[in-house]
Design a protein around this ligand. Structure first.
Ligand SMILES: Cc1cc2nc3c(=O)[nH]c(=O)nc-3n(C[C@H](O)[C@H](O)[C@H](O)COP(=O)(O)OP(=O)(O)OC[C@H]3O[C@@H](n4cnc5c(N)ncnc54)[C@H](O)[C@@H]3O)c2cc1C
Length: 466
């Protein structure tokens, strides 16, 4: 990447400083380049505090596991319009896996049952009338409970709309709420989730189609963006932490980075602040941001033998493990709202999760006819390569593992905190906010982050065309 040593922006080149190289900052930069900012003679500098881009959606080589891992598995959906457009624009779309149909495999650890939830493509949800497609032991009428979410009033949380005793709660709503909002039903803003329900279930199977990275998130969403930006002429500075902003009358005047003289902004220069909410609040005293943090924990296990099956994932009910991502070289587990595990030793978490993975795969492997297209038995066998029986292998020894606790994975997306999300522009004329915590109308997700960056770029260009 190009490193810039410039300390004071030239007064003649209109420069946009993007602070933060997470998905929102990358998306802002990509949008500005795509709309010709640099071609028209402008300049873009991205300042990222860390040593790599991607922020909360990053990948790196893990020496213990001897492979590339993501800090956390990320599930995307067909409804992620901004994300998919961004991936296409940067040339990362080929690194995303879309199954041909929309289905979700689940294992219930309490009842030791397994099923495939299969949605139909179009917006009329006739899948609920098919016992082979819907969740076992449920009736079509049970799905009407979801309509209560669509009528959510401001200030309500999901638990005000959905009953935890509802037969669908544990098997559908709970995994959906916790996966999308990283919050328990009692802490998850109902109107925010209802928007997601409209955009996904409300639009049919195509909008619900799960999308995952074929290998790593970086290969799909970060590295191609860096190549795109470099080719466009964006200057990218790593290890550049913004410490302070000096404000004049309704404008930002200076940017203070940790290791250099203050950088003075020219009269036409602009700033897009694409940092997490805590950092934004420190840099802009008085800015109201949503508070409270929720942890997402991921546990990655190195497979003793490489699979040749391509990426896939499944849900687990009634365990600590919520989602299991199956990669050719590793198994990775996601546990949302995982604050209760923050004090646990990594080994204790890995041991528990490993047992749950084994149990879930055993359940799945017992009824392969239910899961065409993915052979869970082969995965089970790969965990104990010496066992010939696919279905009844004994619990294999714990393989090398890595536990990643992201204690600030998302802000607390309760009805009260969601109301604090700020808009793209506040009172400073040359400053725009981006990030999954800003007022996107979406939960704190990849889609929200990418949308917020594009929105900051749009706002800026609407006011300051070159
Ligand atoms: C474990 C985990 C699992 C997740 N799972 C999913 C999922 O399945 N699906 C989904 O859609 N979303 C998921 N998310 C959420 C998604 O990752 C985030 O919403 C998204 O990455 C946020 O991007 P962002 O640009 O808003 O913020 P960030 O990624 O936090 O980017 C901000 C950047 O700013 C930099 N920075 C901070 N302070 C400064 C400073 N002072 N100066 C310069 N730079 C600074 C940071 O280093 C960082 O790179 C998950 C998140 C985590 C952590």
């Amino acid at each position: 990447m190009k490193q810039t040593t410039t300390q004071t922006t030239t007064q003649t080149t209109k420069t946009i400083h993007i602070i933060g190289g997470g998905l929102s900052g990358l998306s802002a930069a990509v949008s500005l380049c795509a709309q010709g900012w640099i071609e028209a003679g402008g300049r873009i500098i991205m300042h990222e505090a860390g040593i790599r881009a991607g922020g909360r959606c990053r990948s790196y080589h893990d020496a213990l596991l001897a492979c590339e891992i993501d800090n956390g598995n990320h599930l995307m959906m067909g409804a992620y319009k901004n994300c998919l457009a961004y991936a296409k624009q940067i040339g990362g779309d080929q690194a995303l896996y879309h199954p041909a149909e929309t289905y979700f495999d689940f294992a219930d650890l309490k009842t030791e049952t397994a099923w495939r939830l299969r949605l139909n493509e179009g917006p009329i949800p006739w899948w609920v009338f098919s016992a082979k497609r819907r969740i076992p032991d449920t009736r079509p009428a049970d799905y009407l409970g979801g309509l209560k979410l669509l009528r959510a009033r401001p200030g309500q949380n999901v638990s005000d709309c959905l009953d935890p005793q509802d037969p669908l709660f544990a098997r559908l709503w709970q995994p959906f709420v916790e996966g999308v909002m990283n919050a328990k039903a009692e802490d998850a803003c109902a109107s925010l989730l209802s928007h997601v329900v409209r955009e996904t279930f409300g639009k049919g199977g195509k909008a619900c189609r799960p999308i995952i990275a074929k290998t790593t998130l970086a290969q799909a969403l970060v590295d191609p963006a860096l190549r795109f930006l470099e080719a466009a002429g964006v200057e990218i500075r790593f290890g550049a932490r913004l410490k302070k902003l000096t404000q004049g009358e309704q404008i930002v005047q200076q940017l203070h980075f940790a290791t250099e003289e203050p950088l003075c902004l020219g009269p036409e220069d602009q700033v897009i602040l694409a940092v997490p909410p805590q950092a934004a609040a420190q840099l802009l005293p008085g800015l109201v941001v949503p508070e409270g943090q929720r942890t997402i924990t991921n546990v990655h296990f190195r497979l003793p033998e490489r699979l040749a099956m391509g990426p896939w994932f499944m849900g687990l009910i009634h365990g600590q493990t919520q989602w299991l991502f199956l990669h050719d070289d590793r198994l990775s587990v996601t546990i949302s709202v995982a604050d209760h595990l923050n004090r646990w030793e990594p080994e204790a978490i890995a041991t528990l999760v490993w047992k749950e993975i084994y149990q879930a795969l055993t359940v799945m492997a017992r009824s392969p006819e239910q899961f065409p297209g993915y052979d869970y038995g082969l995965v089970l066998q790969a965990l104990s390569p010496k066992t010939s029986d696919k279905t009844e292998a004994a619990l294999p020894a714990l393989p090398p593992f890595r536990v990643v606790k992201e204690k600030r994975a998302t802000f607390l997306q309760s009805a009260a905190e969601v109301m604090k999300r700020p808009p793209t522009q506040n009172t400073l004329e040359n400053l725009y906010l981006a990030g999954d915590w800003t007022d996107t109308g979406l939960p704190a997700t990849i889609e929200g982050a990418i949308q917020s960056g594009a929105q900051a770029a749009r706002c800026l260009l609407a006011k300051r065309a070159l």
